[in-house]
Design a protein around this ligand. Structure first.
Ligand SMILES: Cc1ncc(COP(=O)(O)O)c(C=O)c1O
Length: 422
């Protein structure tokens, strides 16, 4: 890695020319040269091979094979899970399936984990975690009369290890955390959390949504128990693509999830009267997968597998450092503040910039400047770096257009009310 402190001494064009991953951008649809996309942490770009692959699944699989195609489709949740496990998660075969949404998988695994720790009455979570995670845990705590302890993490710097350590005792059944914070990008130490929780006898359920495909994840080596995560962000599986679900091999038979569907059933097509789940990770499946959305993960993985995750991480760190240097020089004087850890080792693949008018700036940036990032309350502009296709020139030009917009104050014409989707 070249000296990060002098990144801006190079032109963005030089950095792009020296980027070993630069050829991978051609594997994505990037038809509009005017638009700068810095939101791959929310919805990844469309892989160029996906439309034809889906067309083939629709024409040949659905059109010709019809119901017979389920003979192959039936194992895709598991087959694609194994591919994902090997390349991006540091997990073994038979530990990951792709199914349902991240929210639903989180519910299934959290409920299963609570059942596996009878007598313990506390769930520990992060007050600043993604809302769906908190809502699901609030629901579980209320339904089961458990105590939900929400840790006060720093909205910019993330959760301190001491804060977690102080909350762990022999009443804690489950700890739920995001490896990379959805807002600040703060990146936790998975190994440290796993061992602290293990010492307390609690299980840990990780949300990998903002991590998988962008930062190295070592579920096996760190002794992780459980994980879920999105496939439509850095993995580019497409809007609403089904989510990953990981359960460590030796835990699988000890855990029983709450939604007893036929996809988890032993000899599914024997249509037995009583629920009797299989012994492996398939027991965490529920019903028929959204096959076309699941299929889109195949060409997406073909692209992700072209680069080791260490190379993706290296480029992501460089893009982030480049952005931080430019933000310090151009945007801090205009009232922005870096609302993410400054140390790249403690950050995932996006940064947040706080500004009192971030919501309107974000909207005007899209409509006036054709730069796409997103807004997260209370006042954060979130800027993502997808190492498979984001260029250093995108970062420079995106931030230059942001600077020009804020200098012109053109965003002040927009209504203050937030739109439905930000
Ligand atoms: C960190 C995190 N967890 C969970 C979710 C929820 O995912 P889904 O809506 O697919 O259930 C999201 C969605 O963006 C997310 O960012």
């Amino acid at each position: 890695m070249t000296d990060l402190t002098s990144l801006t001494a190079h032109t963005a064009e030089e950095l792009d020319a020296a980027d070993p991953l630069r050829a991978l951008r051609a594997a994505f649809v990037c038809d509009d040269p005017e638009t700068i996309y810095l939101d791959g942490n929310s919805l990844g770009r469309l892989p160029a091979a996906t439309p034809d692959f889906l067309g083939q699944v629709v024409r040949d699989g659905w059109g010709n094979g019809l119901v017979q195609s389920w003979e192959t489709w039936i194992s895709w949740s598991r087959r694609l899970g194994d591919r994902l496990a090997a390349h991006t998660l540091g997990a073994g075969p038979g530990e990951v399936v792709i199914s349902d949404s991240t929210s639903v998988n989180l519910y299934k695994l959290a409920a299963a984990a609570l059942d596996a720790r009878p007598g313990r009455r506390t769930i520990v979570a992060d007050i600043d975690d993604f809302p769906t995670n908190r809502y699901i845990l609030q629901g579980l705590a209320e339904q089961r009369q458990l105590r939900l302890v929400t840790l006060r993490s720093d909205p910019d710097q993330g959760l301190g290890t001491d804060t977690l350590g102080e909350a762990l005792d022999d009443d804690v059944a489950l700890v739920v955390l995001s490896l990379v914070s959805y807002r600040s990008g703060a990146f936790l130490d998975m190994a440290a959390v796993n061992s602290a929780a293990r010492r307390a006898g609690a299980l840990v359920l990780w949300d990998l949504s903002h991590a998988v495909g962008a930062v190295p994840v070592e579920l096996g080596a760190t002794g992780a128990d459980l994980a879920v995560g999105s496939t439509y962000k850095y993995l580019n599986g497409g809007p609403g693509s089904p989510a990953l679900l990981y359960v460590r091999k030796d835990l699988q038979r000890q855990l029983r999830q709450p939604v007893w569907g036929w996809y988890g059933q032993r000899d599914q097509f024997r249509m037995a009267e009583e629920y009797d789940p299989v012994d492996d990770v398939d027991r965490f499946l529920v019903g028929t997968p959204p096959l076309l959305s699941l299929a889109a993960i195949e060409p997406a993985l073909d692209v992700v597998e072209r680069a080791p995750v260490t190379a993706l991480r290296e480029k992501s760190v460089r893009l982030g450092e480049f952005a931080v240097e430019l933000a310090d020089a151009w945007l801090t004087p205009l009232g922005f503040r870096l609302a993410s850890p400054r140390d790249p080792a403690r950050r995932g693949s996006h940064i947040a910039l706080a500004h009192p008018d971030a919501s309107r700036i974000c909207r005007a940036l899209r409509s006036e400047q054709r730069v796409i990032c997103d807004f997260r309350p209370p006042d954060r502009l979130r800027i993502g770096f997808a190492p498979l296709y984001t260029r250093f020139t995108d970062v420079r030009d995106g931030l230059a257009r942001l600077r020009a917009l804020v200098e012109s104050r053109a965003y002040e014409n927009l209504p203050v009310d937030m739109p439905r989707v930000t």
